[in-house]
Design a protein around this ligand. Structure first.
Ligand code: URA
Length: 238
């Protein structure tokens, strides 16, 4: 962002006033005098001072939301409620977006932030960010199922999934329950994997995403990341 724009937004007055501040050598970036109003600066990475006073940079916002079924993982939608609509207006900071997508009928953990590069990096295949889902299906999961998921399921269109970890909780011919952990995010991936095994997903809920866990957050509620959780994000930002 340009230095003059940043100072304007931070309340240092009109563009002209900001230019005067810079030209009268009152602005420093990381200790160096700023000599140009068009200088590109990054307030989250650099220390900017005006007349010796540090500019306070508003930190990025991070929420974990428990998405209800029926809500779409989008910023806006003409037909359905979005995950951003569930954020109270006073918490709806500029630029918030959901990192990745859950199907409309899937419940569970969605990370919402206004840190643009973070989403790209968390979803990048290189990081192999694990996602764990609680799943209910309409038929039996036999003892061969974990090995079937672990060998990398191939979809009809030819795409092969990375090995997934299946942990069966219970199994019967009407309802089976399991946890599944995947490290990618192909379209309808979990539903398609279970279909490849021969059963249909009747309920899907994401319970963890990388270092974040849904815990007992009620459906439709959200919370800010803890300082410790934010610390854990740093490795995705380098
Ligand atoms: N896999 C699916 O099939 N749906 C989701 O919403 C997430 C993962």
């Amino acid at each position: 962002m340009r230095l003059d724009k940043l100072l304007g937004q931070a309340g240092f007055g009109s563009r002209n006033h900001v230019k005067k501040l810079i030209r009268s050598l009152q602005v420093r970036v990381d200790g160096q005098l700023a000599r140009s109003d068009s200088l590109n600066v990054a307030p989250n990475l650099q220390t900017i001072t005006v007349s010796g006073q540090k500019l306070s940079h508003s930190p990025d916002t991070y929420y974990i939301l428990n998405k209800p079924s029926g809500v779409v993982s989008a910023v806006r939608d003409t037909q359905h409620q979005t995950v951003i609509d569930l954020i109270a207006p006073s918490d709806r900071k500029e630029g918030l977006y959901p990192v990745g997508r859950l199907d409309r009928d899937t419940e569970g953990l969605v990370l919402i932030t206004n840190n643009g590069p973070l989403g790209f990096r968390l979803l990048h295949p290189k990081h192999h960010v694990d996602k764990t889902y609680y799943v209910e299906v309409n038929d039996q999961l036999f003892s061969d199922a974990p090995a079937f998921f672990d060998k990398g399921i191939a979809f009809l269109e030819g795409r092969v999934c990375k090995p997934a970890k299946l942990q069966i909780i219970s199994s019967s011919s009407e309802l089976s329950r399991a946890y599944i952990t995947i490290s990618e995010g192909k379209f309808h991936q979990v539903k398609k994997m279970f279909l490849a095994y021969g059963v249909k997903v009747t309920y899907l809920k994401r319970i963890s995403f990388g270092p974040f866990a849904l815990g007992d957050l009620p459906v439709g509620a959200y919370r800010e990341l803890t300082e410790q959780e934010k610390e854990g994000l740093k490795r995705y930002l380098v």
